[in-house]
Write a protein of this length. Structure first.
Length: 257
């Protein structure tokens, strides 16, 4: 199991946040099964090619598969780090994790569909797809459908990061019970803020697509490019604050000794 290998090699342990769980819980075992099934759904949506032309057609879908797989892996890895850091297995954690798994499974096909469309458009395919019987058709028939697709994707995006916000906020509420130190509390708050940033970006995209309609489907998608600016900026600001906190903690330790 991948999770066991990562734990054994302390992957994700940056020595700045103490791990409170070194064993795989039953909820994590279930999660791994769900994520594996989600990846399987990505694969089985690709038919085995029977001719060279069909092989080339399948290869053109590699980009969408790679992007979808990467996004699923990022969600899985964030969940992995959460359970390593906090080791929570109470009822609320189980409930929130179940919601996360539901969203992951439900949005596998919309995720694959969206990035198949985008890769096709960026590679000059113009959104064509080969249907049953070898007939070619358009993946979307109108700008209105694109706008609806962005709303669907945005709803899933908000749901995933919204769940992580609730998970980290739950851990923050239990900070004394978990014996989080000052730096760990800071990191937990930072993760909550990062989740809110992503929820905000997804909400902005959905609002533009819903209120702007067909004309604003493209800007609604481009909103996600804000991540390339906002996330590094937030990381830089919080990184400076954390270093000051580390210096203060080191100074206090020296004084106490």
């Amino acid at each position: 199991m991948i999770r066991e290998k990562l734990i054994g090699k302390s992957i994700g342990d940056n020595k700045k946040f103490r791990w409170r769980s070194h064993e795989i819980s039953r909820i994590e075992g279930l999660s791994d099964g769900v994520f594996a099934f989600a990846v399987t759904l990505l694969v089985v949506s690709l038919e085995v090619p029977k001719t060279f032309n069909e092989l080339m057609e399948t290869m053109r879908g590699f980009g969408a598969f790679a992007i979808s797989f990467t996004l699923l892996f990022i969600v899985w890895f964030n969940q992995y780090k959460f359970f390593r850091r906090y080791g929570l297995q109470d009822a609320l954690t189980v409930c929130l994790n179940a919601i996360l798994l539901f969203v992951v499974l439900f949005y596998v096909y919309p995720l694959k569909f969206l990035f198949t469309l985008l890769v096709s458009l960026f590679t000059g395919g113009q959104g064509h797809v080969r249907l049953a019987g070898g007939v070619e058709g358009m993946m979307v028939d109108s700008a209105k459908q694109v706008s609806t697709l962005m709303i669907i994707f945005g709803a899933g995006y908000i749901a995933v990061f919204g769940v992580f916000v609730l998970l980290y906020f739950h851990a923050y509420r239990k900070r004394f019970e978990l014996d989080l130190n000052e730096l760990e509390i800071f990191d937990t708050r930072k993760d909550i803020q990062e989740g809110f940033v992503n929820v905000g970006i997804g909400s902005l995209s959905v609002a533009i697509a819903a209120l702007g309609g067909e004309r604003y489907s493209f800007p609604a998608g481009m909103v996600y490019m804000l991540n390339a600016v906002v996330s590094p900026l937030h990381g830089m600001i919080m990184g400076k604050r954390r270093r000051k906190l580390e210096e203060r903690a080191s100074f206090n330790n020296i004084q106490s000794n």
